[in-house]
Write a protein of this length. Structure first.
Length: 229
């Protein structure tokens, strides 16, 4: 009679001890641990290949390896090529990339207290929601072009509350599905110690979380791109 242990050997990879198999939850307080979980599960342990919004490369530390291709609108470090990934095509061949991470700005508008946000001083801030939506549309369309079939797009986004709440993560999902992507997974990064202003009246729950969508390219890029043109 086959023993339970032998059955387990048949089910799992015999080269991987059962006791060492790691299981991840969907909520993290550390960005690098979150990224390593996505890389382990969805990229078969291979690093992210392309980052067209590299900035200072803050993703890539504590065991998260540098991407092969790095671009930014205003390169801050050596080895990063200049490219406006939000509105211009990248110098990447058709279906030549297996994985990409997108980390576009999420702030828009110049009313209220928006200018006081740290992110608005260090990153792009969109004039309005329409400009944000157009940028997101462009970068997802471009990812459809350069990702291989079944390639992975990691999209970092955050909902935004000013006078009202904009559920940006829903917008990202809608655009991605239009371009033939399957919403395969989502991880959430929580920053519980975010600074708050005790002198303001709270009208919405304070957003202390960020989304990391994991999309898989399922559509036929050439057909989708031809339909759009």
């Amino acid at each position: 009679m086959t023993k339970v242990s032998e059955l387990k050997e048949l089910i799992f990879n015999p080269l991987t001890p059962i006791s060492s198999m790691k299981h991840y939850k969907s909520v993290f307080e550390n960005e690098q641990e979150l990224l390593k979980a996505i890389i382990d599960i969805h990229l078969d342990g291979k690093g992210i290949q392309l980052d067209p919004m590299y900035f200072k490369g803050n993703f890539y530390k504590d065991g998260v390896e540098q991407p092969e291709f790095k671009f930014d609108l205003n390169p801050q470090v050596e080895g990063v090529e200049k490219s406006d990934a939000g509105f211009l095509p990248l110098p990447i061949e058709f279906e030549g990339i297996r994985s990409v991470i997108l980390d576009p700005p999420f702030l828009f508008g110049i009313h209220g207290k928006t200018k006081e946000y740290y992110s608005s001083k260090t990153h792009t801030i969109f004039a309005d929601f329409g400009e944000l939506e157009q940028c997101y549309f462009n970068i997802i369309k471009e990812a459809c072009r350069y990702l291989i079939p079944n390639g992975i797009m990691i999209f970092k986004c955050q909902d935004y509350t000013d006078a009202k709440t904009t559920m940006t993560h829903c917008v990202v999902k809608d655009i991605a599905e239009r371009w033939g992507f399957y919403a395969k997974d989502m991880a959430i990064l929580v920053k519980p110690n975010k600074v708050t202003n005790p002198n303001t009246k709270q009208r919405h729950l304070r957003k202390i979380h960020t989304y990391f969508w994991v999309f898989q390219k399922k559509g036929k890029a050439r057909e989708l791109l031809e339909l759009e043109s």
